[in-house]
Design a protein around this ligand. Structure first.
Ligand SMILES: *[C@@H]1O[C@H](CO)[C@@H](O)[C@H](O)[C@H]1NC(C)=O
Ligand SMILES: *[C@@H]1O[C@H](CO)[C@@H](O)[C@H](O)[C@H]1NC(C)=O
Ligand SMILES: *[C@@H]1O[C@H](CO)[C@@H](O)[C@H](O)[C@H]1NC(C)=O
Length: 413
């Protein structure tokens, strides 16, 4: 995809690297995805808690084009102190790490927890890696997000890289990351299967587990940061499968950050989903609106399946006092009913999977409908309180910060 996508990205006024992360933090995954704790009151509380722990992704500031790092600090609705903030690496020159470091410092000085992206595809030599690591940690980074990078495949084909992939980087350098003062390494996860030939969710999970193992063995904390997606059912499925697989392998204490696209105008969001090759079936209308057929609340027998994969028998026990289900009840049902998921068949290898993506832009264009990630936030709230959301402010920082503020305040979305 690289060159076509990049061309499209340029056309659209974005900069390359592709695929952004969906992020949720599950501090106690085992507990977080089980149990009948769902209900209107706990949902309300959990949504607010999600709001308090929200992180966001910004672009590095640079002399030429102002990034969103300083815009975040100028905002009246900035996130509370200590919030995590991902700092993207948007250009292909290794020198761009200087901008990443500058923005990292800016955020750290203001009491935030910056998490700079480190794409393996930017590192041609061990010296470049060590120089970058020192620069970022001196700037105040105690966490890193390791990703492959969009052009990993091409750069490997041209034999230009010191580390072929994130695992190779971790094998060689996890200990030096720790020695430099890094405490947590975030790794990319992909909740919804991309349309790449050969993509296999199980293989992808194994690769992820291997990376987590390398991180933990070096005495670092591991966090899984995921690409954004639009399918709440697939998201819950992926969280559950991944958390279960980690526990089964004895990889404990891993936190999850689930990426969610912040409020974004419809056309723009579709374009970004296409560029990032994220399945857009439930981008708009969302799964719950489809199931409800445009109503707020519907009796179980009146619901469309709409991809929920839940039977009337699954759904009925979740009906509210009025005998009906709305978004909160659907979220609870999805989060709590086990075994309703099928892994897509007939795909057999990981794709050319690259790293999280990048399109953070401040721009609010048309009068078009704003797509707000209600289904995903409700479903994450229903997964119980120990989750954090990472917002991709595709529709502008202002929109995302203001949604985060409403969540924190317990206001309706
Ligand atoms: C992966 O490779 C396939 C086939 O070569 C290509 O169609 C697809 O666009 C690539 N995707 C990415 C993310 O590079
Ligand atoms: C819980 O129920 C109240 C009253 O029906 C409603 O106003 C509120 O929006 C519901 N909370 C959630 C999270 O849906
Ligand atoms: C990562 O690179 C190493 C070689 O450096 C290779 O052995 C391994 O198979 C690669 N892993 C993946 C998932 O491609």
């Amino acid at each position: 995809m690289a060159s076509a996508s990049r061309a499209r990205a340029r056309l659209a006024g974005y900069l390359p690297p592709c695929w952004a992360l969906c992020v949720v933090i599950a501090r106690t995954p085992r507990w977080a995805f089980q149990g009948r704790r769902c209900g209107n009151t706990s949902l309300q509380r959990n949504l607010q808690e999600l709001g308090r722990r929200i992180s966001i992704e910004v672009n590095p500031d640079s002399s030429k084009n102002g990034g969103t790092g300083s815009a975040l600090l100028r905002s009246a609705e900035r996130l509370p102190p200590k919030s995590s903030i991902f700092v993207n690496m948007v250009k292909t020159e290794v020198d761009h790490f200087k901008d990443v470091a500058d923005t990292t410092r800016l955020l750290a000085d203001e009491g935030y927890e910056p998490i700079p992206h480190m794409p393996v595809s930017r590192l041609s030599t061990a010296e470049e890696f060590h120089g970058t690591l020192d620069m970022l940690t001196e700037a105040g980074a105690r966490q890193l997000l390791l990703v492959g990078g969009n052009d990993l495949r091409q750069r490997n084909a041209q034999n230009e890289l010191r580390f072929r992939n994130v695992s190779a980087l971790l094998k060689a350098e996890a200990k030096s990351m720790k020695a430099a003062g890094i405490q947590t390494v975030a790794l990319a996860g992909l909740p919804d299967s991309p349309p790449w030939p050969g993509w296999d969710e199980k293989v992808a999970t194994r690769v992820l587990l291997e990376k987590v193992r390398l991180v933990l063995e070096a005495g670092l904390k591991a966090e899984v940061a995921s690409q954004f997606c639009f399918n709440p059912r697939q998201l819950v499925h992926w969280l559950r499968e991944t958390a279960t697989a980690l526990e089964a392998e004895g990889l404990h204490g891993v936190t999850f950050r689930v990426g969610v696209a912040g409020p974004t105008r419809l056309k723009r969001l579709r374009r970004i989903a296409e560029i990032c090759e994220v399945p857009a079936d439930f981008l708009h209308p969302g799964m719950f609106d489809l199931a409800l057929g445009g109503h707020d609340r519907v009796a179980a027998e009146g619901l469309e399946d709409a991809g929920l994969g839940l039977s009337q028998r699954d759904l009925s026990p979740f009906a509210g006092e009025d005998g009906c289900l709305g978004r909160p009840e659907l979220a609870c049902a999805l989060a709590e009913v086990e075994g309703g998921f099928e892994v897509p068949a007939e795909r057999s290898q990981t794709g050319n999977g690259s790293g999280p993506s990048v399109f953070v832009e401040c721009q609010e264009d048309s009068e078009e409908e704003l797509v707000i990630p209600k289904d995903l936030l409700y479903v994450l709230a229903a997964c119980d309180g120990n989750l954090a959301v990472n917002l991709y402010p595709f529709g502008g920082l202002t929109q995302s910060l203001s949604m985060a503020k409403s969540l924190r305040a317990g206001e309706p979305l």
